[in-house]
Design a protein around this ligand. Structure first.
Ligand code: ZN
Length: 307
């Protein structure tokens, strides 16, 4: 039996303890307005945005239980795209990615004035099919992350990445198309898995001095130093090497090689000390802590009170 949204039914958990569960939470059909969040104009025409599914019918607008979309609505329609709002912490912005009414990912960081066609918040999300843990079975199907990565690199929307395509003949077909397009490929594990990247160096594809200036603007000097130093010295590093060894470089270089927005990286650096107490957490949250449910700064930054 389905009960009204505000009624609660006690349910027995496997351990025998009784807890209250809202049917609407289980079904994911309680409509909630994305109050305070707005579509981020910066990402409005991002070609990586997933195709929206079916929008609500008139029946679903009358009865949310009829909707195939998730619970979040913006202007009456299922939320879809990259949304932002000022964070509760000064100087930070909250971001959320929504697909068909589901908030699938959250992150926070300082907004930066630096963009590249190879960089997008969808890159870390779709290249790993990342969804928030508490979405559970209600998470929308984000498709095959391997094929997203392969397609994004081939179409010039991601600098580099790691993926596998099966069967092997499909992988061979992709590699043929990629090599024709000038993409560089390094095979791993019996020819089905590979690192691939745009040809050329970091300096060929990115305005690194401008990015260093932005890191200096949004981070305290002591936190910006390592990132700025590598951005200044690694301009000649080829993208394939940077992608393959992304964990050995500073996060600014590692994130850039995979097409992560610098806002996520800067947020991550700001929250690093806080994260130590709340591991394991995905790097893709930036300064957002899913345990505390809000963005967090390193103690040193909070003390200075300058952000
Ligand atoms: Zn926390």
């Amino acid at each position: 039996m389905i009960v009204a949204d505000n009624e609660r039914e006690p349910m027995a958990t496997p351990t025998g303890a009784r807890r209250f569960v809202r049917w609407s939470d289980v079904l994911g059909t309680s409509c909630r307005d994305l109050e305070g969040w707005e579509l981020d104009p910066v990402d409005g025409d991002d070609p990586r945005t997933p195709e929206p599914g079916r929008s609500d019918t008139w029946l679903a607008r009358l009865n949310p239980l009829q909707s195939a979309a998730g619970p979040w609505r913006s202007g009456g329609r299922p939320a879809h795209g990259i949304y932002c709002r000022p964070a509760a912490v000064d100087g930070l912005t909250d971001w959320a990615a929504a697909v068909d009414g589901c908030l699938i990912w959250r992150w926070s960081g300082p907004r930066m004035r630096w963009q590249s066609p190879l960089v997008s918040p969808w890159n870390p999300i779709l290249a790993q099919a990342r969804t928030l843990d508490d979405l559970g079975f209600r998470a929308p199907d984000l498709g095959d992350w391997n094929r997203f990565t392969a397609e994004a690199i081939l179409s010039g929307r991601k600098p580099g990445g790691y993926f596998g395509i099966r069967p092997r003949r499909d992988m061979r077909r992709w590699v043929e198309a990629a090599r024709t397009a000038g993409i560089v490929v390094q095979f791993h594990a019996r020819g089905c898995w590979a690192y691939a990247a745009q040809p050329g160096t970091l300096g060929d594809h990115f305005d690194l001095p401008a990015l260093a200036t932005e890191y200096r603007r949004v981070l305290p000097a002591e936190l910006a130093a390592e990132q700025v130093a590598e951005l200044a010295t690694l301009a000649d590093l080829d993208l394939l090497t940077a992608a393959e060894n992304h964990e050995t470089y500073s996060v600014a270089i590692g994130g850039l090689a995979l097409g992560y927005p610098p806002e996520v990286t800067a947020g991550l650096i700001l929250a690093r000390r806080h994260r130590a107490g709340h591991l394991p957490q995905a790097l893709e949250y930036g300064a957002y802590c899913p345990s505390c449910r809000q963005p967090q700064l390193a103690a040193a930054v909070e003390d200075r009170g300058t952000r």
